[in-house]
Design a binder for this molecule. Sequence first.
Ligand SMILES: [Zn+2]
Length: 295
Amino acid sequence: MFKSTDLIEFIKYFSTETDCLKYIAGIKWPDKSFKCKKCGNQNFCKGKQNYSRRCTKCKYDESPTSGTKFERIGFDLLRAFHIVYALSVRKKGISSYEIETEFSISQKTCWKFRNKVQESMKSSGLHILSGSIDVDEFLVGGPEEGKRGRSHGKKKLVVIALERIGAKNYGRSYMQYIQQSTTVEFRPFFNKHISKESNIRTDNWKSYAALKDEYPNLEQIDSDDGKNFRELHIQIMNFKGWLRGIHHHCSKKHMQGYLDEYCYRFNRRNYLPTIFHKTIERLVQDNKNSATEGS
Ligand SMILES: [Zn+2]
């Protein structure tokens, strides 16, 4: 497993296409495991290409990238690994525009690959928030006023949850793009990301009150223009700053992807040496992930 945030180490570890193929094969077929996707046979011999495996029964030759998010990306794996490294290790990731210029890949091709990586950053729902949690909503693409109104025009409404640890520290965070600030839209977000026993704080908005049936420790307090939810509002400002600064614009269709990408890096900020490996793992195994629900 590559376990570092040092770019020089990374360049030494992955210097050729073969290095990347070997790495993908190691994740796809740990130990000697193999199951032919055509006939189910478990015996294989060496395939034609580097690190590919050939079924001894039906002779199907399977490459390490087959069935993974690296299949048919339209450019070489070394570039792909560098892009994944930048997207996972760099604090702000990398924009499509930067990928295009830094790696000489056409706009359409890099946009497609970037989206694949972003999809793999979706929450699996395995790590739910617990302890002290603050929840609120915010609008992207406009001023905060009227976030509970009926229409937001081109603005996008987002519900956010953040774990508070002590006075000034925070744990994990999740965000969900919603249409309206209603109990019906809040509930699935709470159910997916927040433990029932946790001590939740929200402002006095009525749609949160109805959630007390499932979340008995939900407390509603006066927001005082956000002063009582300081950490949460810093998190919101940081997200907005990142979106505006790096990506300039984001359509409603892709909003959730950017929210997921931001939370993915944020929630792993204390585990940076393994974030690249974990992301590659998801891209290799993602067909299973995305078929179920996604982390
Ligand atoms: Zn076979």
